[in-house]
Design a binder for this molecule. Structure first.
Ligand code: SF4
Length: 341
């Protein structure tokens, strides 16, 4: 039942077929779970998760590279969410090296200024965080500072998903914070309905309603259900700073093969801040735990309850895969809100 929410009621009224929509944002998954949004939708409207959690999509090879940097004596500065993500042989939390949790690159640079040791910031995130990292690298951080760039770009992953057709998607709920930076243009290449949505329950429901309206009208465009924050052009200054420091590169995502031009590497002029080059660290292809289905969850073709380990062997205290570690990971979110279907 739609209850008394007028947007949910309208969704019920207009839904006349089976529909599957994907969001590509851990914050959307958390909001959908917290507010029970799936329970407000008709049974034939399915919302699946995509590769929207930056920690979850960081492949094991990048975690192993961070661990290798730690064993080389570097101080590792990282977001707390990455601490417990398992690599092939332990995690940053269990490695016994000097690993410090920071809120962002600014704090990591402060650490570098206070020591003679090498400090490496594990730099994860999408177009939301990469401009900030780029802006800080333009402030000439000290010589003992570098980053392991694990950044990813959202549109190439969406392009890959659509080219595979695995999840039979009818549209995307786009992440409001990413499009605040990028604007809408790059998303117009995709031949499916898309709506930018914010993070309040009504923002998400409105996004879903606008997707259904596009489908009923037989159109596929990028609509904006979050105009109080997102505009058409985004933040060109942030994008310019990001492009000044980084360039796109082919890179593997957890659960995906190498996706062309979906990562960000430092441009040659900034190579002194490239931890991989500075310490000769290679990122090797991922080997995944046999029973963990994070890969399928990140591609929208499975949900946490499809995993045999969910809430049994795998819990937030004993995570087997990254989706149970990060606050934006589907398994941790479903565990937290006791979602079982
Ligand atoms: Fe992987 Fe654990 Fe999620 Fe299963 S419950 S998919 S093992 S993270």
């Amino acid at each position: 039942m739609a209850g008394k929410n007028p947007i949910a009621e309208k969704i019920h009224e207009l839904t006349d077929r089976d529909l599957t929509f994907m969001h590509v944002c851990g914050t959307h998954e958390a909001a959908i779970a917290r507010h029970g949004i799936r329970s407000l939708l008709p049974k034939n409207v399915k919302i699946v998760m995509g590769p929207g959690c930056p920690v979850c999509i960081t492949p094991q090879g990048e975690i192993d590279a961070a661990l290798e940097l730690a064993t080389k004596g570097c101080i590792i500065a990282t977001y707390g969410d990455l601490l417990r993500v398992p690599g092939s042989n332990g995690s940053l939390e269990s490695c016994g090296a000097d690993v410090r949790v920071v809120q962002g690159i600014f704090k990591a640079i402060e650490i570098a200024k206070s020591t003679d040791k090498e400090v490496v910031f594990i730099s994860v995130g999408f177009e939301t965080t990469a401009p900030t990292v780029a802006a800080m690298l333009l402030t000439n951080p000290p010589k003992n500072f570098s980053i392991l760039s694990c950044h990813r770009l959202v549109p190439p992953a969406m392009k890959w998903l659509l080219s595979q057709g695995e999840a039979a998607l009818h549209g995307f709920v786009l992440p409001g914070h990413v499009l605040t930076v990028t604007g809408l243009d790059e998303y117009r290449q995709f031949p499916v309905p898309q709506v930018v949505a914010g993070f309040e329950p009504d923002d998400i429901l409105l996004g879903i309603l606008m997707l259904i309206q596009q489908i009923r009208d037989g159109v596929a465009r990028v609509d904006n259900a979050y105009p109080r924050v997102v505009n058409d052009e985004g933040n060109p200054k942030a994008i310019a700073v990001m492009n000044q420091v980084f360039e796109p590169c082919d890179v593997e995502w957890r659960g995906f093969p190498v996706i062309p031009l979906s990562g960000l590497k430092l441009r040659e002029e900034f190579s002194q801040y490239d931890a991989q080059k500075k310490f000769g660290v290679e990122i090797k292809p991922t080997k995944k735990h046999a029973a963990c289905i994070c890969d399928k969850i990140l591609r929208g073709i499975a949900s946490p309850v499809d995993c045999k380990l969910f809430d049994k062997t795998c819990t937030p205290r004993t995570p087997v895969g990254p989706c149970m570690v990060s606050h934006e990971g589907a398994c941790k979110i479903w565990h937290h809100y006791h979602i079982r279907n």
